[in-house]
Design a protein around this ligand. Structure first.
Ligand code: NDP
Length: 295
């Protein structure tokens, strides 16, 4: 099966590595060509010079880009994929995209005999390396079954969320919850530091109690208390996801003040910390505002 992979970023690169082996015949394209060259040095893959060249002979194309804006750009831009995609090809978009754009891409491609599935992932870079991501996909079951082996190469829990756009919707809400948990846990711990409680003791109790979350169980102990703050998922991308959830809520007329406030706070954090900061670094904003460290 000929597979083209577009976007070798923090999560795209480990995902693509699982496709660089039989029965797949992998071709990769990345905007910064040096990353694609480096990938091909370490894995069984060919490098394409343009997105069009990458997809010309592919049965399956995977995109893993920051947002739906870049997916549109790679589709419609110079040397873009659109005119090179063959009838019968399936485009699996693993970007955490936005539902309306995914629906419009699916409609445009459908008119050309090309199928589209939105298939955002969760589990982070460690699950991507292990080939054990959760994949939430939207689209037609018959189309998905044709490409299931490709998704199973990097996915473990694979769930049909509904029609095209449903995967994106579910991913945006999941990540809005992640953002709420990071900030609310940091705020709670800031209060406890000021109250004289050791944050390690606080986490020990919270993680045996009802206030726990992935943030309290994993992110804060492993990345904040240690002051390691590794870059695995850019804060700018999490801000984008909460923004998608906030717009969905507005469009659907659902009142979500907590999500809106968290979107504002992550916007602030992005302005302060920049494009390359990791999402967990949002905790630093809470620390600075309160002149303390959670350690
Ligand atoms: P990165 O920012 O690490 O990588 C983005 C990729 O997109 C790079 O290959 C980059 O190329 C490419 N790119 C950026 N802009 C353009 C453009 N205008 N045209 C063409 N290519 C472009 O992102 P991640 O890999 O972390 O994330 C990818 C997607 O997966 C996002 O939607 C994210 O929300 C989602 N995701 C990420 C997770 C994570 O843990 N990192 C977890 C779950 C989902 P270049 O190398 O040139 O910069």
């Amino acid at each position: 099966m000929r597979v083209a992979f577009i976007g070798l970023g923090d999560i795209g690169e480990p995902m693509a590595s699982h496709l660089a082996r039989d029965p797949f015949d992998l071709v990769v394209w990345n905007r910064t060509a040096a990353k694609a060259d480096e990938f091909a040095r370490r894995h069984k893959a060919r490098v394409a010079a343009t997105p069009a060249e990458a997809v010309r002979e592919a049965n399956v194309v995977i995109t893993c880009l920051p947002s739906s804006i870049e997916v549109e750009a790679v589709l419609h831009g110079e040397n873009g994929m659109l005119d090179a995609l063959q009838k019968g090809t399936v485009l699996i978009d693993c970007t955490s995209g936005d539902p309306p754009t995914s629906r419009s891409i699916a409609a445009e491609l459908g008119g050309r005999g090309v199928e589209f599935i939105d298939a955002p992932v969760s589990g982070g870079t460690s699950a991507a390396k292990a080939g054990a991501l959760t994949v939430m996909w939207g689209g037609e079951i018959t189309v998905f079954e044709r490409v299931r082996p490709v998704v199973e190469a990097f996915g473990k829990k694979i769930v049909h969320a509904g029609p095209v756009g449903a995967g994106d919707a579910l991913k945006a809400v999941n990540n809005a919850l992640l953002a709420v948990h990071i900030l609310s846990t940091a705020e709670g711990l800031a209060v406890l530091v000021k109250a004289g409680v050791d944050p390690k003791v606080a986490l020990d109790v919270i993680n045996a109690s009802s206030g726990r979350s992935n943030s309290s169980e994993n992110l804060i102990p492993q990345r904040v208390i240690t002051r390691a703050f590794p870059r695995t998922f850019r804060l700018a991308l999490l801000e984008k996801d909460i923004g998608i959830a906030a717009v969905m809520a507005e469009d659907l007329d659902v009142k979500t003040p907590l999500i809106s406030l968290t979107a504002e706070r992550f916007h602030e954090a992005r302005e302060k910390l920049g494009e390359q900061a990791d999402h967990v670094e949002a905790v630093k904003m809470v620390e600075e505002e309160n002149r303390l460290e959670i350690r």
